[in-house]
Design a protein around this ligand. Structure first.
Ligand SMILES: C[S@@+](CC[C@H](N)C(=O)[O-])C[C@H]1O[C@@H](n2cnc3c(N)ncnc32)[C@H](O)[C@@H]1O
Length: 197
């Protein structure tokens, strides 16, 4: 499900960029460590800040990224021009990833799986494209935030069958991941480091 105008405004601004490059990046680095010299995928890349983080803070050599929203893909391609040759950004769907099995060393998700009605099939696809032993860095937004009356009115998210930290962790494990670390903030946001068994 695509972001509405209110969410695009909340996500695509200098304050969110700052938070994503500091607090959110620190969560992934402290919980999961680096992914140096590897081939990485970012699912739902939005405006491309995640790709910059993967290149600059995680020292990836090559990053593929996609988003369901062609306008976000255009914004990301523009933003990432200076990294031409290291980055490939396209329109794509996390429930049907256009990559072979066992392809990536790591996959990053900066808060997109809660936008997917059939979110378990997104986890299944991420597992399929990761190499055995590959790491999934996942940041997610939980049911408590999505169903809060303010955010429910202002933003556009699927409302049926949402998840909390434990439910997301269980779904990762049911789909073949070993969850190494998880962490949450206010019961509304969470971070997970999961390894493909
Ligand atoms: C909350 S935004 C996060 C964007 C970006 N990761 C960030 O942190 O700024 C959610 C993104 O998921 C994308 N999205 C929603 N459903 C998707 C799907 N099935 N496959 C890929 N991207 C999807 C939306 O277009 C949107 O850009």
């Amino acid at each position: 499900m695509l972001m509405n105008f209110a969410e695009k405004t909340m996500m695509n601004n200098p304050l969110r960029t700052y938070l994503q490059k500091t607090y959110e990046t620190d969560q992934f680095l402290s919980m999961g460590g680096l992914t140096k010299d590897e081939h990485i995928l970012e699912v739902g890349c939005g405006r491309g800040v995640g790709v910059e983080i993967i290149l600059e803070a995680f020292h990836a050599k090559q990053v593929d990224a996609f988003d369901l929203d062609p306008t976000m893909v255009k914004a990301a391609q523009k933003r990432l021009k200076k990294h031409a040759g290291k980055v490939n950004v396209q329109v794509g769907d996390v429930t049907n990833i256009q990559s072979p099995d066992n392809h990536y060393d790591s996959v990053f998700n900066f808060g997109i799986i809660h936008h997917v009605p059939d979110w378990r099939s997104a986890i299944k696809e991420v597992h399929r494209v990761l190499k055995p032993g590959g790491k999934f860095y996942a940041e997610e937004v939980f049911e408590k935030f999505i169903k809060h009356p303010l955010w429910r009115t202002l933003l556009k998210h699927p409302q049926h069958d949402r998840f909390n930290e434990l439910q997301f962790k269980l779904a990762l494990e049911e789909n073949g991941f070993n969850v190494k670390r998880s962490n949450q903030l206010f019961g509304q946001f969470g971070w997970f480091i999961a390894v493909k068994q």
